[in-house]
Design a protein around this ligand. Sequence first.
Ligand code: PLP
Length: 413
Amino acid sequence: MREGGRVGITQRTGRWEDLFAARTRGDVGGGLGSILALSTATDLISFSGGFPDPATFPGPVLAEILGKLIAQGDASAMQYAPTPGLPGPRAFIAERLDRLEGRCPGEAEFLITSGAIEALELVSKTFLDPGDPVLVESPTYLGAIMAFRSFQANVEGVPIDDKGLDVEALERRLAGGAVPKILYTIPEHQNPAGVSLSEERRRALVELARRYGFLVVEDVAYRELGFAGDRPTSLWSLAPDVVVQVGTFSKTFFPGVRLGWAVGPREVVANLVLAKQNTDQCAGALGQRLLEEYGRRGLLEEQNLRSRALYGRRCSVLLDALETHMPEGVAWTRPRGGFFCWVTLPQGIDAVELSEQAMAERVAFVPGVPFFPNGRGRNNLRLAFSRIDDEVIPEGVRRLAALIRRAVKEPSR
Ligand SMILES: Cc1ncc(COP(=O)(O)O)c(C=O)c1O
């Protein structure tokens, strides 16, 4: 049917996808959706999503704070907020960064975002034209790969080892002519591998950024979750001229609040604020005020202490179980913080096939492939220990180990 002289969309081709923007084609990946979909499954020993344990979430005190905000008639909590964030929550976050990082961002150097994933989206929107080169750790957070690819960037990987990003390999790439606009890194307790960048490499990395003129995007999602409470020097505090730090309150407060931050050079932040104006305009004001009130009472730091103890204990239960059950030829990282342990299977064992067999045994994990920008990782898998009861970890690992033993014996299955 013709409406206003135009042919109805579905009559043209019958398929909506023919009208989708070019940026949705290609391998943007839908990996996060399938991980989130598993989040409600019961009867499953799940090492799958990188979810915080609800036991860490704020309790009744949040109801009290919320009640007070409403009773006081605090309109700022209900109103649209300025795009960079409300003044009170901004001051709280800036003071906290000053205390934790030894550097206080200037007024024009930071904004509050709707989670770290939005900050990555804003950075992408600001910097990336189709085909622009972006370097990421290989493997890395698949949400970041998706964010960069959704702006049609050309995403390539740089290897990591037990000291984090291999900065010498990066240097060779740069010397060989690579000209990335952005280098994305998760320096602490990396997702998915659980490794951290050494102090020495941190300094070398920011020097490379200065020398070759690219932006380092430092994602500190797990920085505050070191089991021993240790925090190496942040890249942003080392080099605020070439680093944007992207942070989140999802792992330290709770993800439902959807709050994060980005700090970086003023010129960059000004553009992130512009980009946010036509993304969601502002992060939710109610959440910002809750965070501020909760944080100012010192409760965020108390919550962190409890979270670190919980995740540290879970991680050691997992490492013990791997030691006990895994056959020869299987290797894994030994995280000192965060949510994840990264497993390397014997050559030729396919983690995607294994995940299908594991589902039949009611065990879930994420196979390695989606964490690589280039299709590697078939013999890797990620085990999240953040939201799984201590009691079921050994049984989950025992079932996985049995499947791996079987696959080693019968590789053609
Ligand atoms: C490295 C990393 N960055 C960012 C995020 C997303 O954070 P947010 O919930 O603030 O969007 C995650 C969540 O899994 C993550 O692992």
